[in-house]
Design a binder for this molecule. Structure first.
Ligand code: NAD
Length: 356
Protein backbone atom coordinates (compact mmCIF):
# COMPACT_ATOMS: atom_id res chain seq x y z
CA UNK A 1 0.00 0.00 0.00
CA UNK A 2 1.16 3.57 -0.67
CA UNK A 3 0.35 6.34 1.80
CA UNK A 4 1.11 10.07 1.93
CA UNK A 5 1.83 11.42 5.39
CA UNK A 6 2.00 15.13 6.23
CA UNK A 7 4.67 15.68 8.85
CA UNK A 8 4.65 18.57 11.31
CA UNK A 9 7.78 18.31 13.42
CA UNK A 10 7.08 21.53 15.33
CA UNK A 11 9.28 22.99 18.05
CA UNK A 12 11.53 21.91 20.92
CA UNK A 13 11.96 18.12 20.96
CA UNK A 14 9.41 17.83 18.10
CA UNK A 15 11.97 17.25 15.30
CA UNK A 16 13.98 14.70 17.36
CA UNK A 17 11.00 12.54 18.33
CA UNK A 18 9.32 12.70 14.91
CA UNK A 19 12.57 11.60 13.21
CA UNK A 20 12.54 8.45 15.36
CA UNK A 21 8.89 7.74 14.51
CA UNK A 22 9.73 8.05 10.80
CA UNK A 23 12.66 5.66 11.28
CA UNK A 24 10.24 3.11 12.75
CA UNK A 25 7.60 3.74 10.06
CA UNK A 26 10.19 3.22 7.31
CA UNK A 27 11.30 -0.07 8.82
CA UNK A 28 7.66 -1.18 9.09
CA UNK A 29 7.02 -0.24 5.45
CA UNK A 30 10.10 -2.21 4.36
CA UNK A 31 9.11 -5.29 6.37
CA UNK A 32 5.45 -5.35 5.23
CA UNK A 33 5.91 -4.13 1.64
CA UNK A 34 4.35 -0.65 1.90
CA UNK A 35 5.53 2.77 0.75
CA UNK A 36 5.14 5.82 3.01
CA UNK A 37 5.92 9.26 1.53
CA UNK A 38 6.35 12.25 3.81
CA UNK A 39 5.73 15.93 3.18
CA UNK A 40 7.09 18.20 5.88
CA UNK A 41 5.18 21.38 6.75
CA UNK A 42 5.51 24.07 9.41
CA UNK A 43 3.29 24.81 12.39
CA UNK A 44 3.81 26.53 15.75
CA UNK A 45 6.84 28.60 16.71
CA UNK A 46 8.92 27.57 13.69
CA UNK A 47 6.07 28.70 11.41
CA UNK A 48 5.88 32.05 13.23
CA UNK A 49 9.62 32.53 12.65
CA UNK A 50 9.51 31.50 8.99
CA UNK A 51 6.13 32.78 7.84
CA UNK A 52 4.83 35.12 10.55
CA UNK A 53 1.86 32.89 11.46
CA UNK A 54 1.52 29.72 13.59
CA UNK A 55 -0.61 27.97 10.96
CA UNK A 56 0.22 28.83 7.33
CA UNK A 57 -2.50 28.03 4.79
CA UNK A 58 -0.01 25.79 2.96
CA UNK A 59 0.18 23.55 6.05
CA UNK A 60 -3.60 23.10 6.06
CA UNK A 61 -3.62 22.41 2.30
CA UNK A 62 -0.86 19.79 2.49
CA UNK A 63 -2.54 18.09 5.47
CA UNK A 64 -5.91 17.99 3.69
CA UNK A 65 -4.26 16.45 0.62
CA UNK A 66 -2.56 13.73 2.71
CA UNK A 67 -3.81 10.40 4.05
CA UNK A 68 -2.96 11.47 7.61
CA UNK A 69 -0.81 13.80 9.71
CA UNK A 70 2.04 13.01 12.10
CA UNK A 71 2.74 15.79 14.60
CA UNK A 72 5.53 16.29 17.16
CA UNK A 73 4.76 19.20 19.49
CA UNK A 74 4.66 22.98 19.30
CA UNK A 75 5.50 25.92 21.55
CA UNK A 76 8.32 27.21 23.69
CA UNK A 77 9.49 30.17 25.79
CA UNK A 78 10.67 32.09 22.71
CA UNK A 79 7.03 32.67 21.67
CA UNK A 80 5.42 32.87 25.15
CA UNK A 81 5.17 36.65 25.17
CA UNK A 82 3.21 36.90 21.91
CA UNK A 83 -0.50 37.81 22.13
CA UNK A 84 -2.85 34.79 22.51
CA UNK A 85 -4.03 34.67 18.90
CA UNK A 86 -0.47 34.64 17.52
CA UNK A 87 0.96 31.94 19.80
CA UNK A 88 2.09 28.49 18.61
CA UNK A 89 -0.79 26.72 20.43
CA UNK A 90 -3.22 28.69 18.25
CA UNK A 91 -1.88 26.60 15.37
CA UNK A 92 -2.88 23.43 17.19
CA UNK A 93 -6.48 24.49 17.82
CA UNK A 94 -6.65 25.95 14.30
CA UNK A 95 -5.54 22.78 12.58
CA UNK A 96 -7.98 20.58 14.53
CA UNK A 97 -10.77 22.89 13.43
CA UNK A 98 -9.54 23.19 9.82
CA UNK A 99 -9.32 19.41 9.50
CA UNK A 100 -12.67 18.89 11.30
CA UNK A 101 -11.15 16.51 13.84
CA UNK A 102 -14.03 15.83 16.23
CA UNK A 103 -12.84 12.65 17.95
CA UNK A 104 -9.88 12.52 20.29
CA UNK A 105 -8.52 9.07 21.00
CA UNK A 106 -6.20 8.46 23.92
CA UNK A 107 -5.11 4.97 24.80
CA UNK A 108 -4.03 4.22 28.34
CA UNK A 109 -1.91 1.11 28.34
CA UNK A 110 0.48 -0.12 30.95
CA UNK A 111 3.64 -1.63 29.51
CA UNK A 112 4.51 -4.53 31.80
CA UNK A 113 8.22 -3.58 32.10
CA UNK A 114 7.17 -0.12 33.37
CA UNK A 115 4.65 -1.40 35.92
CA UNK A 116 6.63 0.23 38.75
CA UNK A 117 5.84 3.69 37.34
CA UNK A 118 2.10 3.04 37.80
CA UNK A 119 0.66 4.66 40.94
CA UNK A 120 -1.96 1.89 41.35
CA UNK A 121 -1.42 -1.19 43.52
CA UNK A 122 0.13 -4.22 41.84
CA UNK A 123 -2.92 -6.44 42.50
CA UNK A 124 -4.98 -3.96 40.44
CA UNK A 125 -2.56 -3.66 37.51
CA UNK A 126 -1.89 -7.40 37.44
CA UNK A 127 -5.36 -7.71 35.88
CA UNK A 128 -4.17 -5.51 32.99
CA UNK A 129 -4.60 -1.91 31.91
CA UNK A 130 -5.26 -1.43 28.23
CA UNK A 131 -8.11 0.91 27.39
CA UNK A 132 -8.93 3.75 25.02
CA UNK A 133 -10.81 6.94 25.76
CA UNK A 134 -12.79 8.35 22.84
CA UNK A 135 -13.55 11.98 23.64
CA UNK A 136 -15.88 14.25 21.68
CA UNK A 137 -13.72 17.25 20.80
CA UNK A 138 -15.76 19.96 19.11
CA UNK A 139 -19.04 20.24 21.05
CA UNK A 140 -20.49 20.44 24.56
CA UNK A 141 -19.91 23.07 27.20
CA UNK A 142 -16.49 24.16 25.85
CA UNK A 143 -18.16 25.37 22.67
CA UNK A 144 -21.37 26.74 24.22
CA UNK A 145 -22.06 30.40 25.04
CA UNK A 146 -20.16 31.65 28.10
CA UNK A 147 -21.63 34.70 29.84
CA UNK A 148 -21.18 36.51 33.13
CA UNK A 149 -23.78 39.11 34.12
CA UNK A 150 -25.36 40.95 37.03
CA UNK A 151 -28.86 39.94 38.12
CA UNK A 152 -30.70 41.36 41.12
CA UNK A 153 -27.45 42.61 42.61
CA UNK A 154 -25.56 39.31 42.29
CA UNK A 155 -23.01 38.21 39.72
CA UNK A 156 -24.07 35.20 37.66
CA UNK A 157 -21.90 33.07 35.36
CA UNK A 158 -23.53 30.88 32.74
CA UNK A 159 -22.01 28.19 30.48
CA UNK A 160 -24.23 26.66 27.87
CA UNK A 161 -23.83 22.90 27.29
CA UNK A 162 -25.28 21.85 23.98
CA UNK A 163 -25.12 18.79 21.75
CA UNK A 164 -26.70 18.12 18.37
CA UNK A 165 -27.80 14.56 17.69
CA UNK A 166 -25.41 14.20 14.73
CA UNK A 167 -22.43 15.20 16.91
CA UNK A 168 -23.28 12.44 19.36
CA UNK A 169 -23.98 9.86 16.71
CA UNK A 170 -20.69 10.31 14.83
CA UNK A 171 -18.51 10.05 17.96
CA UNK A 172 -20.34 6.97 19.22
CA UNK A 173 -19.86 5.33 15.83
CA UNK A 174 -16.12 6.02 16.10
CA UNK A 175 -16.13 4.20 19.46
CA UNK A 176 -17.97 1.15 18.08
CA UNK A 177 -15.64 0.95 15.08
CA UNK A 178 -12.68 1.14 17.42
CA UNK A 179 -14.07 -1.55 19.73
CA UNK A 180 -14.34 -3.89 16.73
CA UNK A 181 -10.59 -3.45 16.15
CA UNK A 182 -9.90 -4.16 19.85
CA UNK A 183 -11.68 -6.36 22.43
CA UNK A 184 -15.22 -5.50 21.31
CA UNK A 185 -16.52 -3.60 24.33
CA UNK A 186 -17.89 -0.03 24.58
CA UNK A 187 -18.64 1.79 27.84
CA UNK A 188 -20.58 4.99 27.26
CA UNK A 189 -20.06 7.56 30.00
CA UNK A 190 -22.70 10.19 30.80
CA UNK A 191 -24.63 11.88 33.60
CA UNK A 192 -28.06 10.84 32.36
CA UNK A 193 -29.53 11.03 35.87
CA UNK A 194 -29.11 14.84 35.73
CA UNK A 195 -28.34 16.24 32.27
CA UNK A 196 -30.54 16.43 29.18
CA UNK A 197 -27.48 16.32 26.91
CA UNK A 198 -26.61 13.01 28.59
CA UNK A 199 -30.13 11.62 28.15
CA UNK A 200 -29.95 12.37 24.41
CA UNK A 201 -26.43 10.88 24.37
CA UNK A 202 -27.67 7.67 26.02
CA UNK A 203 -30.68 7.31 23.70
CA UNK A 204 -28.46 7.56 20.61
CA UNK A 205 -25.82 5.26 22.13
CA UNK A 206 -28.50 2.60 22.78
CA UNK A 207 -29.78 2.71 19.22
CA UNK A 208 -26.23 2.35 17.82
CA UNK A 209 -25.63 -0.49 20.26
CA UNK A 210 -28.71 -2.30 18.89
CA UNK A 211 -27.23 -2.03 15.39
CA UNK A 212 -23.99 -3.61 16.66
CA UNK A 213 -24.90 -6.72 18.64
CA UNK A 214 -21.33 -8.04 18.22
CA UNK A 215 -20.06 -5.25 20.50
CA UNK A 216 -20.64 -5.56 24.25
CA UNK A 217 -22.12 -2.30 25.59
CA UNK A 218 -22.76 -0.68 28.97
CA UNK A 219 -23.69 2.75 30.38
CA UNK A 220 -21.55 4.22 33.15
CA UNK A 221 -22.25 7.41 35.07
CA UNK A 222 -19.27 9.74 34.96
CA UNK A 223 -18.72 9.83 38.73
CA UNK A 224 -18.73 6.03 38.85
CA UNK A 225 -16.36 5.87 35.87
CA UNK A 226 -13.81 8.13 37.62
CA UNK A 227 -13.92 5.74 40.57
CA UNK A 228 -13.81 2.53 38.51
CA UNK A 229 -10.74 3.76 36.59
CA UNK A 230 -8.67 3.56 39.75
CA UNK A 231 -10.52 0.61 41.34
CA UNK A 232 -10.43 -1.79 38.38
CA UNK A 233 -9.38 -0.31 35.00
CA UNK A 234 -9.22 -3.82 33.48
CA UNK A 235 -13.04 -3.78 33.09
CA UNK A 236 -12.77 -1.15 30.31
CA UNK A 237 -11.90 -1.49 26.64
CA UNK A 238 -13.31 1.57 24.81
CA UNK A 239 -14.78 4.43 26.85
CA UNK A 240 -16.73 7.02 24.84
CA UNK A 241 -17.80 10.31 26.34
CA UNK A 242 -18.55 13.97 25.73
CA UNK A 243 -15.97 16.76 25.70
CA UNK A 244 -15.80 17.90 29.36
CA UNK A 245 -16.05 14.41 30.90
CA UNK A 246 -13.49 13.16 28.36
CA UNK A 247 -11.05 15.94 29.20
CA UNK A 248 -11.02 14.91 32.86
CA UNK A 249 -11.19 11.12 32.44
CA UNK A 250 -8.47 11.00 29.77
CA UNK A 251 -6.03 12.82 32.06
CA UNK A 252 -6.92 10.43 34.88
CA UNK A 253 -6.40 7.43 32.61
CA UNK A 254 -3.06 8.76 31.31
CA UNK A 255 -1.80 9.34 34.82
CA UNK A 256 -2.39 5.76 35.92
CA UNK A 257 -0.05 4.50 33.18
CA UNK A 258 2.96 6.37 34.59
CA UNK A 259 5.00 8.42 32.15
CA UNK A 260 4.13 11.37 29.92
CA UNK A 261 6.72 10.32 27.34
CA UNK A 262 4.84 7.07 26.65
CA UNK A 263 1.33 8.23 25.74
CA UNK A 264 0.19 8.66 22.12
CA UNK A 265 -3.04 10.18 20.84
CA UNK A 266 -5.10 10.55 17.70
CA UNK A 267 -7.62 13.12 16.56
CA UNK A 268 -9.99 11.76 13.95
CA UNK A 269 -12.55 13.27 11.61
CA UNK A 270 -14.97 11.69 9.15
CA UNK A 271 -13.54 8.75 7.23
CA UNK A 272 -10.09 7.42 7.91
CA UNK A 273 -8.17 10.71 8.05
CA UNK A 274 -6.50 11.55 11.34
CA UNK A 275 -3.81 13.55 13.11
CA UNK A 276 -1.48 11.62 15.40
CA UNK A 277 0.65 13.14 18.15
CA UNK A 278 2.14 12.45 21.60
CA UNK A 279 0.17 13.95 24.50
CA UNK A 280 3.21 15.75 25.90
CA UNK A 281 4.48 19.18 24.84
CA UNK A 282 7.68 20.37 23.17
CA UNK A 283 9.82 19.95 26.33
CA UNK A 284 12.04 22.98 25.62
CA UNK A 285 14.11 22.16 28.74
CA UNK A 286 15.62 19.10 27.03
CA UNK A 287 15.35 20.09 23.35
CA UNK A 288 18.33 19.52 21.07
CA UNK A 289 20.11 17.16 23.50
CA UNK A 290 19.01 13.84 21.96
CA UNK A 291 17.65 12.68 25.35
CA UNK A 292 13.87 12.93 24.81
CA UNK A 293 11.70 9.82 24.89
CA UNK A 294 10.32 9.26 21.35
CA UNK A 295 8.05 6.32 22.35
CA UNK A 296 4.82 8.37 22.60
CA UNK A 297 5.42 9.58 19.02
CA UNK A 298 6.37 6.09 17.81
CA UNK A 299 3.14 4.75 19.36
CA UNK A 300 1.24 7.62 17.69
CA UNK A 301 2.64 6.38 14.37
CA UNK A 302 1.43 2.89 15.30
CA UNK A 303 -2.07 4.31 15.94
CA UNK A 304 -1.94 5.94 12.50
CA UNK A 305 -1.33 2.55 10.90
CA UNK A 306 -4.10 0.90 12.92
CA UNK A 307 -6.83 3.54 12.66
CA UNK A 308 -6.16 5.48 9.44
CA UNK A 309 -4.51 2.83 7.24
CA UNK A 310 -6.21 -0.29 8.61
CA UNK A 311 -2.82 -1.94 9.13
CA UNK A 312 -3.43 -3.84 12.36
CA UNK A 313 -0.58 -6.34 11.93
CA UNK A 314 1.90 -3.57 11.23
CA UNK A 315 0.73 -1.58 14.28
CA UNK A 316 1.04 -4.71 16.44
CA UNK A 317 4.61 -5.12 15.17
CA UNK A 318 5.49 -1.60 16.38
CA UNK A 319 3.79 -2.07 19.77
CA UNK A 320 5.57 -5.43 20.22
CA UNK A 321 8.93 -3.88 19.31
CA UNK A 322 8.42 -1.15 21.95
CA UNK A 323 7.55 -3.80 24.52
CA UNK A 324 10.62 -5.86 23.62
CA UNK A 325 13.01 -2.92 23.92
CA UNK A 326 11.56 -2.03 27.33
CA UNK A 327 11.67 -5.68 28.46
CA UNK A 328 15.36 -5.79 27.45
CA UNK A 329 15.93 -2.96 29.91
CA UNK A 330 16.54 0.01 27.58
CA UNK A 331 15.29 3.34 28.92
CA UNK A 332 15.47 7.03 28.07
CA UNK A 333 16.19 9.37 30.99
CA UNK A 334 12.54 10.11 31.86
CA UNK A 335 11.70 6.42 32.50
CA UNK A 336 15.14 5.38 33.79
CA UNK A 337 15.30 3.22 36.92
CA UNK A 338 18.04 1.33 38.74
CA UNK A 339 19.68 -1.53 36.86
CA UNK A 340 18.34 -0.41 33.46
CA UNK A 341 20.41 0.67 30.41
CA UNK A 342 20.15 4.39 29.67
CA UNK A 343 20.04 5.25 25.96
CA UNK A 344 19.48 8.38 23.86
CA UNK A 345 16.45 9.37 21.81
CA UNK A 346 18.00 8.18 18.54
CA UNK A 347 19.36 4.98 20.13
CA UNK A 348 15.99 3.86 21.48
CA UNK A 349 14.42 4.71 18.09
CA UNK A 350 16.97 2.49 16.32
CA UNK A 351 16.52 -0.31 18.87
CA UNK A 352 12.76 -0.29 18.27
CA UNK A 353 13.17 -0.13 14.46
CA UNK A 354 15.62 -3.08 14.61
CA UNK A 355 12.98 -5.20 16.35
CA UNK A 356 10.22 -4.65 13.76
P1 NAD B 1 5.88 19.34 28.35
O1 NAD B 1 4.99 18.16 28.16
O2 NAD B 1 6.57 19.85 27.15
O3 NAD B 1 7.00 19.01 29.44
C1 NAD B 1 6.70 18.69 30.80
C2 NAD B 1 7.90 17.96 31.41
O4 NAD B 1 7.95 16.64 30.88
C3 NAD B 1 9.25 18.61 31.07
O5 NAD B 1 10.12 18.46 32.17
C4 NAD B 1 9.76 17.80 29.90
O6 NAD B 1 11.17 17.77 29.79
C5 NAD B 1 9.19 16.42 30.19
N1 NAD B 1 8.88 15.71 28.94
C6 NAD B 1 7.83 15.92 28.11
N2 NAD B 1 7.88 15.11 27.06
C7 NAD B 1 8.98 14.35 27.22
C8 NAD B 1 9.60 13.33 26.45
N3 NAD B 1 9.07 12.90 25.30
N4 NAD B 1 10.73 12.77 26.92
C9 NAD B 1 11.28 13.16 28.07
N5 NAD B 1 10.75 14.13 28.85
C10 NAD B 1 9.62 14.73 28.43
O7 NAD B 1 4.98 20.49 29.01
P2 NAD B 1 5.33 22.01 29.34
O8 NAD B 1 6.74 22.10 29.83
O9 NAD B 1 4.22 22.47 30.18
O10 NAD B 1 5.21 22.76 27.94
C11 NAD B 1 6.30 23.08 27.09
C12 NAD B 1 5.77 23.71 25.82
O11 NAD B 1 4.99 22.75 25.10
C13 NAD B 1 4.87 24.90 26.06
O12 NAD B 1 5.16 25.89 25.10
C14 NAD B 1 3.47 24.33 25.88
O13 NAD B 1 2.54 25.31 25.49
C15 NAD B 1 3.71 23.34 24.79
N6 NAD B 1 2.73 22.22 24.72
C16 NAD B 1 2.46 21.77 23.48
C17 NAD B 1 1.59 20.70 23.32
C18 NAD B 1 1.35 20.17 21.93
O14 NAD B 1 2.04 20.55 21.01
N7 NAD B 1 0.39 19.28 21.76
C19 NAD B 1 1.02 20.08 24.44
C20 NAD B 1 1.36 20.56 25.71
C21 NAD B 1 2.22 21.64 25.83
Amino acid sequence: MEKNIAVIKGDGIGPEIVNEAIKVLDKTAERFGHKFSYKEVLMGGCAIDAEGTPLPQKTIDVCLASDSVLLGAVGGPKWDTLPGDQRPEKGLLGIRKALNLFANIRPAKLFAPLADACPLKKEITDKGLDLVIVRELTGGVYFGKHTTFEEDGVTVADDDMRYHDYEIERIIRVAFDMAKKRSGKVSSVDKANVLDTSRLWRKIAHSISEENPDVQYNDVLVDNCAMQLVRDPSQFDVIVTENLFGDILSDEASMITGSLGMIPSASLGEGSFGMYEPIHGSAPDIAGQNIANPIATILSASMMLRYSFDMGKEADAIDDAVNKVLAEGYRTGDIMSEGMKKVSCSEIGSLIADRI
